[in-house]
Design a protein around this ligand. Sequence first.
Ligand SMILES: [Zn+2]
Length: 511
Amino acid sequence: MGKFYLTTAIDYVNAPPHLGHAYEKVCADVINRYRKAMGDNTFFCTGVDEHSLNVYRQAKAKNMSPRQYCDEMVPAFKLAWQSLGIEYDRFIRTTDEDHIASVKKLLQKIYDKGDIYKDKYKGWYCVSCEAYLQESDLIEGKCPIHNRKAEWLEEENYFFRLSGYSEKILDHINKCGNFITPEARKNEIINIIKSGLQDISISRASEGWGIELPFDPAQTVYVWIDALTNYISAAGFSGDKRRFKELWPADLHVIGKDITRFHCIIWPAMLLSAGISLPLRIYAHGFMTLEGRKMSKTENNFIDPKNIAEAAGSDAVRYFIVKEMPYDDDMDFTWDRFWLRYNTHLANDFGNLSSRILSMAEKYCGNRIPGFSERGKEDDEFKNVFCGLTDKYQKLMDDCRLSSALDCAWELVAFANKYVETSQPWKLHKAGQNGKLDNVLRNLLEGLRVISVLLYPFMPVASHKIWKGLGIKPGEKQGIFSEMKPWGILPEGGMIEKTGMIFPRKEKDKL
Ligand SMILES: [Zn+2]
């Protein structure tokens, strides 16, 4: 088993996170738990981006130092991720010492290579984008994304020779089919590169909040160049050489589809210039709207991750947003659909199945796991369906197709529910067909175990409850897939414990 280094984008620290930000972290956490369950040594990094002009101005308005202001904002992010069961290994802040050292080291390498030069920059700047915009992009002088007036900036900056890397990046994209996914995002990037890349400004002279350029301390590093570098900082670029060699390149950057240009063009070009290997894969997910409108704190159209996790449980939130976000498209969150899914998929289909199986085993088998005493043809079918779908699930998970992988697990839930109806254990019990009854329940208990393993990356709380119910301890989280995937490993005679309702039915409720 190998290592798996996984990152999310880092959020601007100046507004507390909403459910739209949470999707990316949940998605990464699901992949991280899966890789770990497969036996990989995983390292999962997320964090916040603190050196933005917005932070500087808001801190000033509040009469605080930018650092103080960030210190006050960071706990909101950590709490939100905690409430959704996100288990990262590093929460990086771009004001962290090792990150600052890493940015300086990287820029010095690029400078020494001759890829950085000084020039005058003039242009329209959107402070929310933290980027220069083309005049033709503006609508009545405003940024079309933020509906905010662009500012005219004119200063001497340092530039990075991005234009020199078009061919190399195109080559890499063509050679490594999975470098940019999904396909639609990859094609967008190829078109941008083919239409010609321009050199980009990588420093600012005007504000005093940021990382100083190592070769000109009068200028600070442009916030995007600063932010992108976090991925190598967390891997130990400025510190332990052995650790960096072990962790880098990142196996996966999970990002939103709005920032692919930075991650799929600028970031690889910087790494190529500095002679550092490129990340193996970038997955750009879609956006979440709320009841048809953009999710936004300023527009008062947002969901606080902590509140929804408290109302429905972290598992339900994780399940819903991963299920509803297609691999290569956007999703619209509606409360009707959320509670409908909760009550049908989670409470009825999965929750009921699990408590039904455990209470039948309690009632008919004296609280014990029965053995296979009278195997029939239908038992092979049960096993084959489960093992077949487990393989399919694994392929989908390996390819970050999380929503489809959940569908696979749900096919098993539906199959097991149907099996309960057709095999009618209560009738077998009444008729005294105990051998057959044992087999049916044994199948169902094995099936429930497999389902709980497949659902573990998505709904770890529910899986732990089921494992407790089945009397099994999967031990360390690392490698549980290899330990638990084989069919028929529940110990005969093992004790069953009732779990209660894993997903109690809930009234529709809008937060
Ligand atoms: Zn903007």
